[in-house]
Write a protein that binds this ligand. Structure first.
Ligand SMILES: *Cc1c(COP(=O)(O)O)cnc(C)c1O
Length: 364
């Protein structure tokens, strides 16, 4: 018998979440964001499962794009941060990748390179995120420069990113929208705007393209859920089993530092899975874990290879009982809150030693 911890990945759920994103933004095309190995779900398997649905994929860097090309993904793939070095341009050209452009050095490099075919380019506007892109007053001159370079650049889009589309307070979001609207109108620019929360909650921000990421994997990115976000389905279920059971007297402690103490005679279950697999060590006592489909509380600090749960209220559980750490029946967003983090870090943090097992891989 092998170690029972697996990441069980439901590719049909991924497809349904993609369709939900598409239906939320019917006048926009949804580029499926599969950066960071599809948020830990496996970029090749996920892109393959979406290949008949998604008109394009988005990644963070050339290496991620080449992984998709090597796997036979032929759709457009856009580099969300563009290239990090002008030496990447020949491969961008050869593999027909699309690039974002956020800095003058990138524009200079693009215009100094003579591609076989002009490169589809998304020029990044800093509308308020203040991370990448050109300030509104600097944007137009860059736009005109790229628009005139028809041998180098084609299909020029205005791209920008929202800082607060998930928040209930819409003031900052509206400020970003106002910044986008004036430039969009003056330049008659096609636009690529919405991330997952804007796709779900802000129809005016969908643009010609939207860029759903985390929602494809079933996490609800909104501070206040809506009907659409509640319909998302988990794609990854992190499954394991109880591998040992301890009976403890009142007052005994569990695990490193003895953080959890038995306030009554207690039954502790040991689960295969720990921070060496990507389960967050910041998980507090009381973080929910599903055993035999029932919620039980985490009890004690997470170890590298194991974690411990209080089974006192679940006498039917024992060695071999199935465990879900997040996924079906236990939303990853809820686990993330107990770890003072977000679903993104949990998903992308599942380490390579956890086998990915794919369900419903047949498409079309
Ligand atoms: C990661 C990323 C996205 C997707 O964001 P989600 O919140 O996961 O939907 C969209 N656009 C850009 C530029 C990104 O870097």
């Amino acid at each position: 018998m092998s170690r029972p911890l697996i990441a069980d990945i439901d590719l049909d759920a991924l497809r349904r979440n993609y369709c939900l994103a598409r239906d939320q933004a019917p006048h926009s095309r949804a580029v499926a964001v599969v950066k960071a190995d599809a948020y830990g779900h496996g970029a090749v398997a996920c892109a393959d499962a979406l290949r008949d649905l998604a008109p394009a994929f988005a990644v963070a860097c050339l290496e991620e794009a080449l992984t998709l090309r090597e796997a036979g993904i032929t759709q457009p793939v856009v580099l969300l941060e563009g290239f990090f070095d002008a030496a990447e341009l020949p491969l961008i050209d050869a593999h027909r990748l699309w690039t974002a452009v956020h800095s003058d050095w990138q524009i200079d490099a693009l215009l100094a390179y003579r591609p076989r075919q002009p490169i589809p380019t998304w020029l990044k506007l800093d509308s308020g995120m203040h991370r990448l892109g050109f300030a509104p007053e600097a944007f137009e001159a860059r736009w005109q420069r790229l628009a005139a370079a028809t041998e180098h650049v084609t299909d020029l889009h205005l791209m920008t990113h929202f800082a607060t589309a998930d928040a209930l307070d819409a003031a900052y979001f509206r400020r970003q929208m106002a910044c986008i609207a004036s430039l969009r109108q003056r330049l008659e620019a096609p636009v690529c705007l919405a991330n997952s929360p804007a796709t779900l909650a802000w129809p005016e921000a969908h643009g010609d393209w939207n860029r759903p990421g985390v929602m494809l994997y079933g996490s609800d990115p909104l501070e206040g859920a809506n009907d659409a976000s509640r319909a998302l389905e988990p794609v990854m279920t992190l499954r394991s089993e109880i591998i040992a059971v301890r009976e403890l007297a009142e007052g005994e402690a569990v695990g490193y530092g003895g953080r959890w103490r038995a306030s009554r005679p207690s039954r502790i279950g040991v689960v295969a899975g720990g921070y060496g697999d990507g389960y967050d060590r910041h998980a507090r006592d009381g973080t929910p874990v599903l055993v035999e489909g029932q919620r039980v509380p985490l009890a004690g600090k997470v170890s590298m290879d194991m974690l411990t749960v209080d089974l006192t209220e679940l006498p039917e559980a024992g060695i071999g009982s199935p465990v879900v750490l997040w996924g079906e029946g236990l939303p990853i967003d809820e686990v993330a809150r107990h770890c003072d983090t977000i679903s993104y870090t949990l998903m992308t943090g599942v380490l390579p030693r956890v086998p990915r097992r794919y369900r419903n891989a047949e498409t079309g």
